[in-house]
Design a protein around this ligand. Structure first.
Ligand code: NAP
Length: 483
């Protein structure tokens, strides 16, 4: 049955909780197609954390992925506590799998309030930037900060991937979902990049949508969406919403794609309460394996499995627990066998798409910002930790800095101007953003050093953010109430 005789090496990670049951079911189904795959099984997750490796991903696993470039994995549990990073996020970031593809398609026999509406969309989520870069600081013992880093390069990669993915699946529309109305620089960068790049794909309709309305529209009229490109955090939330529309996490596959490595896994986690009970639905991982086969250009094998799944669900004789409940449910292993038994059959109603190979975008490696010539320093935000009231702090800082080149313009607290008072009723915390401007950029760093030493005579500064102008554009946002 295989369309080629070359054997593809695939790194297999069984994972934690229900992971092994799902992953071995998928492996059995893939092997039954005769797909030319050689598996290399390695470890990651809970047992590795328990052995004291804080990344949860041992060197042998990293070496295997470097060799194979393709991974099929089960869910990995993240210990709750401080210190350990999610092994899933580690894997995605180690191999720069910047695009997370999550298909959401109505399935036969899986009754939901949306049955019959033909939901069939793909969420293309940026996978390595945004709040998920996990760059967090405790600025004061009572105030935490998480950096939302978004790059033009990251946006370009995910937008191009969205359009290329649409082409590979013959899809006609791409939506870009952002919160650009509030976060104009970060979320706005994705919107602007999307609007630039959309012009290169005239065969595909493109629309921008605000993410909260996108969530609303997904519940109200999900059939209107084809491909949705979005940032990491937004994508995480709306893709879980998407899986609920088509029957839950038991059905939701995903691919993490990069230019070097691709990792295929279910959207769901390790569901520890079902571990070892042979009751879970393996389809999320099986469908992830189908995506993997297409990535390896094993299109016939992928379609054999997808058709067999559609037939099995349409017949409804052997069904997983999350569709028919405990009483009538088939075990994970029986359901797996039924899919294999249905190889070669096709539903007359439920069709498999005509897939073409996906063209991964190649992006200019030169960051756009380096090319910008006309830029200058105009001021600084100094974050000060203080238990004083706004007025008292403002007067004190003005007094300490009155003879310096940097002049205090405004103090804000959690994004709202509090000094000079604008009359806002703000429940202040002990982290104050003191914004200073300077007339000339000349000797900027020396003046800044004097400013910091002036402030530190009486106050504790914890963070400094230089303020720039790019051409005539300010590179920073204003606080609420700041003019
Ligand atoms: P979860 O493991 O996804 O389970 C949540 C619920 O989803 C389950 O209780 C079950 O619902 C349903 N479910 C999940 N997989 C299913 C399947 N194959 N078949 C049928 N139903 C399924 O979420 P969690 O309990 O929040 O997370 C558990 C652990 O997994 C955590 O340590 C988390 O960090 C980790 N996690 C890993 C990944 C990953 O590796 N990519 C992703 C998410 C979470 P019912 O209770 O209604 O039956």
């Amino acid at each position: 049955m295989s369309s080629t005789t070359k054997k593809h090496l695939v790194t297999l990670i069984a994972g934690d909780g229900i992971g092994p049951e799902c992953v071995y079911a998928a492996k059995e189904i893939v092997e039954a197609t005769g797909a030319p795959i050689e598996w290399e099984e390695v470890e990651a997750g809970l047992n590795v954390f328990k052995r004291g490796l804080p990344s949860g991903v041992p060197p042998e696993t990293i070496a295997s992925i470097h060799k194979s470039r393709v991974v099929l994995k089960g869910p990995l549990e993240t210990p709750v506590g401080f210190g350990e990073k999610s092994a899933n996020v580690t894997l995605r970031k180690l191999f720069e799998t910047y695009g997370n593809i999550r298909p959401v398609r109505e399935l036969p026999g899986v009754k939901t309030p949306y049955s019959g509406r033909n939901i069939d969309m793909v969420i293309v989520r940026e996978n390595v930037e945004d709040l998920y870069a996990g760059i967090e600081h405790m600025e004061t013992p009572g105030v935490a900060q998480c950096l939302k880093l978004i790059s033009h390069k990251g946006c370009e990669k995910i937008v191009r991937l969205g359009f290329e993915f649409a082409r590979s699946e013959g899809r006609k529309t791409v939506h870009c979902a952002t919160k650009s109305n509030i976060m104009k620089f970060t979320e706005g960068m994705l919107k602007r990049t999307f609007e630039e790049i959309a012009k290169e794909y005239p065969d595909i309709e493109s629309h921008h949508i605000i993410i909260d309305n996108c969530a609303h529209q997904m519940v109200k009229k999900p059939e209107q969406f084809d491909v949705i490109v979005t940032t990491n955090m937004n994508g995480d939330i709306i893709s879980d919403l998407g899986s609920a529309l088509i029957g839950g996490l038991g059905f939701a596959p995903s691919a993490n794609l990069g230019n070097e490595v691709a990792i295929f896994e279910a959207v769901h986690g390790s569901a520890p309460k079902y571990a070892g009970k042979n009751v879970i639905n393996p389809l999320a991982v099986v469908n992830s394996a189908v995506m993997m086969l297409r990535h390896l250009h094993l299109f016939d094998e992928a379609s054999t499995i997808e058709n067999a799944i559609l037939v099995t669900l349409e017949e409804g004789k052997v069904m997983p627990r999350d569709v028919v409940g405990d009483e009538k449910a088939a075990s994970t292993t029986a359901f797996t066998k039924e899919i294999i038994k249905n190889f070669g059959k096709k539903s007359t109603k439920w069709k498999v798409r005509d897939y073409k190979p996906l063209k991964m975008p190649v992006i200019d490696s030169n960051p756009i910002s380096v090319k910008l010539k006309d830029r200058s320093y105009v001021g600084v935000d100094v974050l000060v930790e203080s238990g004083m009231a706004a007025n008292e702090l403002g007067k004190s800082i003005e007094e300490l800095t009155k003879d310096l080149d940097f002049k205090l313009k405004v103090i804000s607290n959690r994004g709202t101007k509090v000094y000079p008072s604008s009359g806002a009723i703000t429940d202040c915390v002990d982290l104050w953003f003191c914004r200073f401007f300077v007339e000339s950029e000349k000797d900027y760093d020396n003046h800044l050093a004097k400013l910091l030493s002036g402030i530190s005579q009486k106050h504790k500064w914890v963070h400094v953010e230089k303020l720039q102008k790019f051409g005539n554009e300010l590179s920073f946002t204003k606080a609420q109430g700041e003019d």
